[in-house]
Ligand binder design. Structure first.
Ligand code: NAD
Length: 319
């Protein structure tokens, strides 16, 4: 693929910053827009002074910021969002604005400046509680969280823009992605709780919630394959692992890595054993479509979590 001018929204965040690294390594010119709400400049510090990276501190909720970011690029990797599924239950408007309104502004800016390629970070949460796992891309979209609904709404907007204005779109429905720079989600939360208190651990849910976890390097690889090898105008890919584990498995990995025993584990289930209203009990993704374009995860779910814990434990100022 020839060198391109690429915008990464949310490029100071966890996944976005790894995408930036990959794009720069491949010789592309990268512009990042990030409002640093959950992202951190530290995630891009190693690229300081790199002539192929431009950083805009801006907010996609503002139309003018979206336009400034989009002007002159060939493709957009849209990773900016509020990624906290749990918060979307207590603060739905924030998620609507940060996910749906921001995406609408971005699409409008793309329409205005004739940018015709979009890679969108969607989520497995669009499936809600599927009847069977692993779930394929053709399964109904039935989100049970406002976060999932906001991602589904973005997908629909993108579909319409793709049909109406010729934007070639790749939708990536990510499972739980973990790795260095992670700052949210169950793996991070459990580790942080144990760093504060090694005698007891509160686990949201009954611990049997099922998920698949994909290591960030595998997620980046899948993202690049989908960008390079998608041929249609609107294509949807599940991005997950081939296996799945429970929250209790994650607790086991963390206790092992921290060499802790005799920790009192306190499960806090609500409803049918989930961690909070809007949490999903069982979700895992079928990844045949990704496999067909050459994807094979290098790490299984347990390895992905283990590598993540090790990388987070190496950070001296982790908070
Ligand atoms: P993250 O919070 O680290 O990254 C999101 C980034 O977007 C942050 O840097 C934040 O500051 C920025 N941002 C938020 N709102 C913005 C706005 N209005 N304008 C500009 N920047 C804004 O989260 P992440 O885990 O890296 O997630 C990246 C994307 O992938 C998100 O869209 C998320 O919903 C999606 N996703 C993540 C996972 C996962 O497991 N991490 C799973 C499924 C989907």
């Amino acid at each position: 693929m020839r060198n391109r001018a690429v915008l990464v929204t949310g490029g100071a965040g966890f996944i976005g910053s790894h995408i930036v690294d990959k794009l720069i390594n491949e010789g592309h010119s990268v512009r990042v827009i990030d409002n640093l709400s959950t992202g951190r400049l530290e995630n891009l510090k190693h690229l300081e002074g790199n002539p192929n990276l431009e950083f805009i501190k801006g907010d996609l909720k503002n139309e003018s910021d979206a336009e400034e970011a989009v002007r002159g690029v060939d493709a957009v990797f849209h990773f900016a969002a509020n990624p906290e599924v749990r918060l979307s239950t207590t603060n739905p408007r924030t998620h609507f604005e940060e996910n749906v309104v921001a995406t609408f502004n971005l699409l409008e800016a793309m329409r205005k400046f004739g940018v015709r390629e979009l890679i969108f970070a969607s989520s497995s949460s669009v499936y809600g509680e599927p009847e069977e796992i692993p779930v394929g891309e053709e399964a109904p979209v039935r989100p049970v969280s406002v976060y999932g609904a906001s991602k589904a709404a973005c997908e629909d907007l993108i579909h319409a823009y793709s049909r109406l204005y010729g934007i070639k779109a790749v939708i990536l429905r990510y499972a739980n992605i973990v790795g260095p720079r992670l700052r949210h989600g169950v793996t991070y939360d459990l580790l942080m709780k144990l760093r504060k208190n090694t005698s007891e651990l509160e686990v949201l849910g009954d611990g049997t919630q099922v998920r698949s976890y994909l290591y960030i390097d595998d997620a980046v690889e899948a993202t690049m394959l989908a960008w390079k090898y998608s041929t249609g105008n609107y294509e949807v890919y599940n991005v997950g692992n081939e296996d799945w584990i429970t929250v209790n498995d994650i607790v086991g990995v963390i206790l092992n890595e921290l060499k802790l025993s005799n920790v009192k584990i306190m499960h806090k289930p609500v409803l049918h054993g989930v961690g909070w209203p809007g949490d999903v009990k069982r979700i895992a993704l079928r990844i045949d479509r990704l496999r067909a374009i050459g994807f094979k995860p290098r790490h299984n779910s347990i390895e992905a979590v283990k590598l993540t814990i090790r990388s987070l434990l190496n950070i001296s100022n982790l908070e």
